[in-house]
Design a protein around this ligand. Structure first.
Ligand code: CMC
Length: 436
């Protein structure tokens, strides 16, 4: 962190002495005011529910300019990574800070592919779930359970353990997600095939059966790889902050990532792609394009809790750059499958057009986010809606683990312990039962 010459002065209208607070400059983005000594000097906390103005850490991994609609991984624009690199290059970049050269790329691909199988016992653990369990419920359990299977990579303070855990998580997530899917379908698990690409292997584990192998379709494999790249990291979002907070207690990496999976499940975060597609299907069932006006009216009604899922973002107040790339992929995939006239896609395009022109959305800077399109792409590929968030978790695992490792290596890292403004009852005595 680079200290700034400027200081912030905090003064109080009740005559309490004012204090100077140091400022730090980032390489890009807003400066931060260092309030760490605020409580010691004034006896006061700051109040910022939802972290609207609070930087919880320093980071070198991902940068978002929400007003410009820019997303950089380690300085590289997402548009260049999505078109010139594959997901494993992106993983290497996020984990180690630089893109791999040819040799490092080869070594990294080999290393990841050597860890794709999961302990055979995992399938018996999986069998404890109901067949109709939501894949995110299953995945939260499976990822947490990895700490019971891989004891030699659970010490978060040991850099070798952290690196092996990172590789294991990246390598095994596709296997676990595919197992969760096959289990729900009542089909046998398909073991990984290491000579395939990361995305190709995942699709084979999803769609092959013992009686019929999966023939990879290059357009669909590339689309899946792009979904992974676009979801790989997104700085200090809710699930990443959860992983950091969870890991700050010194818990093992598998447990911290399981916490991230659980957080991602919510419809305001990773569950939005599932919610967006369910919303489109609902509108389609209730009259389709004709009924969009009515639906938008409900969205704008302050007394209804209906939201346009796949629209809006805490940070992007411009078009989400991932949405632009996903929109492109959407056209490519639907074209390759001959689904350009898919009614759900047409409905989505009509909804997007109306929302982009409607004063309610314009005034609030609500643009489509990545989830608006990724659901349509995944559905076209043949992935069931209930698996969308699990695929997001698969892709985000590298971001979570890179952020967790960065935190552990940061000399300023401490156990996360937010404070509170207490507004409950003051001290009182427990009345006897007959007086309550
Ligand atoms: N539909 C209708 N109104 C909306 C929407 C929406 N999708 N999003 C925000 N608004 C309104 C909101 O009601 C509020 O209006 P008002 O000022 O009149 O009270 C205003 O816009 C500001 O909203 P906010 O809730 O303060 O915004 P936020 O930054 O706290 O919330 C969000 C961001 C993503 C939770 C929210 O936009 C949302 O719920 N969107 C739908 C779910 C979704 O698509 N989430 C995926 C996010 S991208 C994936 C990821 O990175 O995890």
């Amino acid at each position: 962190m680079t200290p700034s010459d400027v200081k912030a002065t905090l003064s109080f209208s009740d005559g309490s002495p004012s204090i100077d607070l140091p400022l730090y400059k980032g390489s890009i983005g807003p400066d931060v005011i260092d309030i760490r000594k605020l409580y010691g000097q004034t006896g006061k906390f700051t109040y910022d529910p939802g972290f609207l103005s609070t930087a919880s850490c320093q980071s070198t991994i991902t940068y978002i300019d929400g007003d410009k609609g820019e997303l950089l991984y380690r300085g590289y624009p997402i548009e260049q990574l999505a078109t010139q690199c594959d997901f494993l290059d992106t993983c290497y970049l996020l984990l180690y800070g630089e893109l791999p050269n040819e040799q490092k790329q080869k070594d990294f691909h080999k290393l990841v592919s050597e860890h794709t199988m999961v302990h055979e016992q995992m399938q018996f653990f999986l069998r404890g779930f109901r067949r109709d369990a939501h894949p995110m419920a299953v995945l939260t359990g499976l990822v947490g359970a990895l700490s019971a299977f891989y004891h030699d990579s659970t010490d978060i303070n040991n850099p070798t353990h952290r690196n092996i855990a990172a590789i294991r998580l990246i390598a095994k997530m596709p296997t676990l997600v595919a197992m969760a899917y096959k289990y729900g379908e009542g089909q046998p698990y398909v073991y990984p095939r290491n000579k395939l690409s990361y995305a190709g292997n995942f699709m084979r584990m999803m769609f092959a059966t013992p009686c019929e192998d999966y023939e990879p379709n290059e357009v669909l494999v590339r689309a899946m790889d792009r979904i992974f790249i676009l979801h790989a990291d997104h700085e200090q979002n809710a699930s990443t902050s959860t992983v950091r907070l969870c890991g700050s207690s010194g818990t093992n990496p598998f447990a911290a990532i399981a916490a991230g999976v659980a957080c991602l499940w919510g419809p305001a975060h990773g569950g939005a792609n599932e919610a967006a597609l369910n919303m489109l299907e609902d509108i389609q069932r209730n009259g389709g394009i004709e009924k969009i006006g009515e639906f938008i009216k409900q969205v704008k009604d302050k007394n209804s809790s209906v939201k346009l899922m796949g629209f809006g973002h805490r940070v992007y107040k411009n078009y989400d750059p991932r949405a632009k790339l996903m929109r492109e992929t959407c056209y490519e995939v639907l074209g390759a499958l001959g689904l350009e006239n898919d009614p759900l896609f047409k409905l989505a395009m009509a909804l997007e057009k109306i929302a982009l022109e409607d004063e309610y959305f314009v005034a609030r800077k609500l643009y489509p986010n990545v989830d608006f399109y990724s659901g349509i792409v995944q559905r076209a590929i043949g992935i069931p809606v209930s698996l969308f968030t699990a695929i997001f978790a698969l892709a985000r695992t590298v971001g979570w683990i890179a952020q967790l490792n960065e935190m552990i290596g940061d000399p300023e890292y401490k156990i996360g312990r937010p404070r509170q403004l207490f507004v409950g009852s003051e001290r009182r005595d427990v009345p006897p039962l007959h007086q309550r």
